[in-house]
Design a protein around this ligand. Structure first.
Ligand code: ATP
Ligand code: MG
Length: 364
């Protein structure tokens, strides 16, 4: 499907008033409205978590054992692509331990002093959640090693030869780190987590359950077919499932009788440019640039990002994992390559593949 065509259809089909209304609803993604809904949809206990069975079982055991010992649980690292439930699980860990959650993020900790201030303000047993932990500054990271292991930090006063380190005891706490890029974490930091959970993409049937649960919480009527259509286009990601549900709900309220049936879901998702495979505008933009502009690759990720007018990180963390997983894009040492399926997805004919790959003869 060509998204330029979709855009034209959309304009033709809708009155200006409807468009403005829907636009406003879409824009809410960036501000309070949708965020409040997202918070309301978060599972609050481990039992409410759908999918991630292994992680749920392992984490449940770690927390139960800590409860029985009357101690703070070991530090936990949650890794995985965006929107799979890392923040949700961090909140659940604190809730299950009946302790407050203190929240910060890697980019917010620019100096070791920032971290020292946070750590010294903790109470015994608190859960400290550091989101995007891979983006913390080096000196803060080193301070964190010591805090995690010995519940102590050295606060350096003064500069140069006259500087003195004052040891500061901190209460025992549980660090929960979240990262979309576990590979970027330095080994010493990674090794200090007693439990690491890697979140996997969700199966369609799990997303279907998530959509049903969210619809119940939002008091939305949806049919089984409507739900599975949303689930199958959600790229294995609960956040996307919830977002598509909200957009289909908007459409159902404005254009239909409020019930999320299969035809309503299909029409709404087409309008919001989410295709049958769950690819959105950015995904198709990446494939389109790769095939049409770079002849299918190989091309470097930075070049590809410039071609679609996005940050390298956005292409690498948001679009690429799903494209790779869908078998549409491959990472090779020389750059990103479109698979024949990618060409076909865009309605193009894949180029003829050389029958003999000359690189195979390099060593002969
Ligand atoms: N297992 C689950 N069951 C039901 N809903 C879930 C589950 N995991 C996540 N969600 C929903 O998906 C949304 C996104 O989850 P969350 O914010 O925890 O993702 P994240 O991994 O922290 O993403 P990011 O990397 O972008 O911070 C939440 O609002 C929650 O409603
Ligand atoms: Mg998060």
């Amino acid at each position: 499907m060509n998204w330029d065509d979709t855009e034209t259809d959309m304009d033709d089909d809708l009155t200006q008033a409807e468009l403005t209304h829907l636009q406003r609803l879409t824009d809410a993604d960036a501000d309070g409205d949708d965020r409040a809904v997202e918070a309301a949809l978060r599972p609050k206990t481990l039992d409410e978590v759908i999918g991630q069975v292994r992680v749920r079982d392992q984490l449940g055991l770690v927390l139960e054992a800590a409860r029985r010992r009357g101690r703070a649980p070991d530090h936990v690292l949650l890794s995985g692509p965006p929107g799979l439930g890392k923040t949700t699980l961090a909140m659940i860990i604190a809730a299950e331990m009946s302790t407050p959650l203190r929240l910060t993020s890697g980019p917010a900790i620019t100096h070791a002093g920032d971290l020292a201030a946070i750590l010294s303000g903790l109470n015994e047993g608190d859960v400290l959640f550091v989101d995007e932990i891979h983006r913390m500054s080096r000196p803060a990271e080193e301070m964190l090693y010591m805090a995690m292991e010995d519940f102590r930090v050295d606060v350096v006063i003064g500069k140069g030869p006259g500087a003195t380190a004052i040891p500061l005891e901190i209460p025992s706490f549980t660090l929960v780190g979240a990262t979309t890029r576990a590979g970027l974490l330095p080994g010493p930091l990674r090794d200090r987590f007693g439990f690491t959970a890697h979140l996997e993409f969700y199966e369609a049937h799990e997303l279907d359950r998530i959509v049903h649960r969210s619809a119940g919480l939002l008091d939305v009527h949806l049919t089984a077919e409507g739900s599975s259509e949303i689930a199958s286009r959600s790229r294995g990601t609960p956040r996307i499932a919830n977002r598509l549900l909200r957009r289909v709900r908007d459409y159902a309220q404005v254009r239909a009788d409020g019930v999320l049936t299969l035809p309503v879901a299909k029409a709404a998702l087409e309008m919001f440019e989410v295709d049958e495979s769950g690819l959105d505008r950015l995904d198709r933009g990446v494939l389109d640039a790769l095939c049409r502009r770079f002849g299918g690759g190989p091309v470097g990720i930075s070049t590809l990002a410039v071609a679609v007018g996005e940050e390298r990180e956005t292409v690498e963390e948001v679009a690429e994992p799903f494209l790779v997983r869908s078998g549409l894009l491959a990472r090779t040492p020389r750059g990103r390559v479109a698979t024949p399926a990618a060409w076909r997805h865009l309605g193009l004919t894949p180029p003829a593949v050389p029958t003999v790959d000359s690189t195979l003869f390099d060593e002969v």
